[in-house]
Design a protein around this ligand. Structure first.
Ligand code: GLN
Length: 154
């Protein structure tokens, strides 16, 4: 189990895909929440991938409140179950187009002030940025280079 003290000295953090409800349990540990809050004060980049994006969002439609680092509402498993998972075309605002893998992905259902949309799939925002906090509702790490790692941590 990751401990709060493990955060010290990290230049950035990625909250990966998985189960957002499980990841939230880390933050139930008071020590971890406190260390995370203090690490965040230096504004180093944080990237939430899929379940990680759910964890960092402000509200989950019909669910318990997540961490609220990015001003978005999010709907879990919005495109269906595992069987319905697959590739969708991701269009970046700079013209880059990649095929993105969406695995029991969430959908960003509303965006607030201070949020930049970096890429869409159809009408849905699928890469968004709120200051140093980035969310992707799909899994860029599993496929062709999208340039996101360099955009976020470069
Ligand atoms: N469905 C998962 C959740 O709601 C996210 C799935 C994923 O990270 N690929 O937490």
């Amino acid at each position: 189990m990751v401990k709060g003290e493990d955060l010290e000295g990290l230049d950035g953090l990625i909250f990966p895909g998985g189960e957002s409800t499980v990841m939230k349990r880390f933050f139930a540990e008071r020590d971890f929440q406190r260390s995370f809050d203090s690490w965040r004060k230096t504004n180093r980049p944080v990237w939430g991938v899929c379940a990680g994006a759910i964890l960092l969002s402000k509200t989950i439609d019909g669910g318990e409140n997540p961490l609220g680092l990015a001003d978005v509402s999010i709907e879990r498993n919005a495109y269906g179950r595992h069987r319905e998972s697959g590739y969708r075309t991701v269009n970046f605002i700079d013209g880059t187009v990649v095929e993105g893998l969406f695995i029991r992905a969430p959908r960003i259902s509303a965006t607030g002030q201070g949020l930049s949309i970096i890429a869409h799939a159809g009408k849905d925002p699928v890469v968004v940025r709120h200051g140093s906090v980035w969310l992707t509702t799909w899994h860029p790490e599993l496929d062709e280079a999208s340039g996101l790692y360099d955009m976020i941590f470069g």
